[in-house]
Design a protein around this ligand. Structure first.
Ligand code: OSB
Ligand code: MG
Length: 368
């Protein structure tokens, strides 16, 4: 396929409730919607970089620059056999995985539409439903947290992740554990700790957690190895794993026992599948992380999570957990068994709601 035109849209969407992590609190979520056009067909991709560089160094503005000035010029009007080729073709740009992943997603959507195949099938997915959970941000108090969790359980979510940070770890996790002794519960620190303050993390070891996600710095596999040696609870890495190579090295040195896979963080769905394949071959559980995606990115997450190695519930919640108004016609809903259906229409399997998209758009750019 040959992409003859690209369009970028900077979107800002209002969250139903603020989302707070160890790196900040947001009321609105920004992202870039990428459109790839060829003979009457449009492929959509979502770049998950946010307005601020809190989760990673990428922002909407850095991704916009990298897409406009480097990535898009490199593939505009060029013959591309398969989206998997992008990893090599875009290798001349160092880093910026979210920008690359958004572009690659648009090509996957386009290829699926050209071939009449859902993304799930193109990636090797097998499940028609994907097990999911919900990621709960930091709340005002442990009792407020318990109420919020209770509300999600009432909606049918069977796995809960809570955000933690120093001073808000054992109290919060203990409160949820006391209220729900058998709940599938995990925590995410988003790199808020150093090995020196690991004592508070050691206390979490008695709470029967599924995993502790990304406790230490994103560029520090080695200290994660030290921490994992002191914990029975598996460490799961998120921010630290930017490629299949990182995944291999983290597993080799014992820095983690579980990996959270996000296509945006690792430069695209192809690399995400490579990490999945590596982990499956070593019987390492993986699960699909989330970046508060719109319906576009959520469709891609569901397709990815339909692969056989995704044995833990993903951070892929129903549409109504996120935005007051989404940009897709489709609404992803939670089934009674805490699953969401894998999209079955060609490509991402979603259609855009044009008026909603207009309302969310802050800026657009068409190339050429
Ligand atoms: O660390 O997993 C994370 C959201 C934004 C950035 C980082 C993370 C998250 C989440 C939310 O935990 C997951 C979701 O429901 O999309
Ligand atoms: Mg995380």
């Amino acid at each position: 396929m040959k992409i003859t035109q690209f369009a970028l849209r900077h979107l800002r969407m209002a969250l139903r409730t603020p989302f707070e992590t160890s790196f900040g609190r947001i009321q609105t979520r920004d992202c870039i919607l990428i459109e790839a056009r060829t003979d009457g067909l449009t492929g959509y991709g979502e770049c998950v970089a946010d307005a601020d560089p809190g989760y990673s160094y990428e922002t909407v503005q850095t991704a916009w620059h990298i897409l406009r000035d480097f990535l898009i010029p490199a593939i505009l009007n060029q013959e591309i056999q398969h989206p998997g080729q992008l990893r090599q073709r875009l290798n001349f740009v160092r880093g910026h995985p979210m920008a690359k992943a958004g572009l690659e997603m648009a090509l996957w959507d386009l290829m699926g539409k050209l071939q009449g195949q859902p993304l799930s099938a193109l990636l090797g997915g097998q499940r028609r439903q994907v097990e999911v959970g919900v990621s709960v941000g930091l709340q005002e108090s442990p009792s407020a947290l318990v109420k919020t969790v209770e509300n999600y359980l009432a909606q049918g979510y069977k796995r809960i992740k809570i955000k933690i940070k120093p001073g808000r770890d054992i109290t919060d996790a203990q409160a949820v554990r006391n209220a729900f002794p058998h709940l599938l519960l995990q925590v995410d620190a988003n790199s808020a700790y150093r090995l020196e303050d690991a004592h508070s993390l050691l206390q979490l070891d008695d709470l029967n957690l599924l995993l502790i996600e990304q406790p230490l710095a994103e560029d520090d596999l080695w200290d994660h190895h030290h921490l994992q040696a002191q914990l029975r609870t598996p460490i799961c890495l998120d921010e630290s794993i930017l490629s299949a190579r990182h995944a291999r090295q983290a597993l080799e040195i014992g820095a983690c026992r579980i990996i959270n896979i996000k296509a945006g963080r690792v430069g695209g769905l192809s690399e995400a599948v490579a990490i999945h394949d590596l982990c499956l071959s070593q019987q390492i559980p993986v699960w699909c992380g989330g970046m508060l995606e719109t319906g576009v990115g959520r469709a891609a997450n569901l397709a990815l999570a339909s692969l056989p190695g995704f044995t833990l519930p993903g951070d892929i919640s129903a549409s109504d957990r996120y935005y007051t108004e989404d940009i897709t016609q489709e609404r992803f809903v939670l089934n009674a068994d805490s699953t969401i259906d894998t999209p079955t229409l060609p490509g991402l399997g979603i259609s855009i709601d044009p008026p909603a998209l207009e309302r969310a758009t802050l800026a657009t750019l068409t190339l050429p």
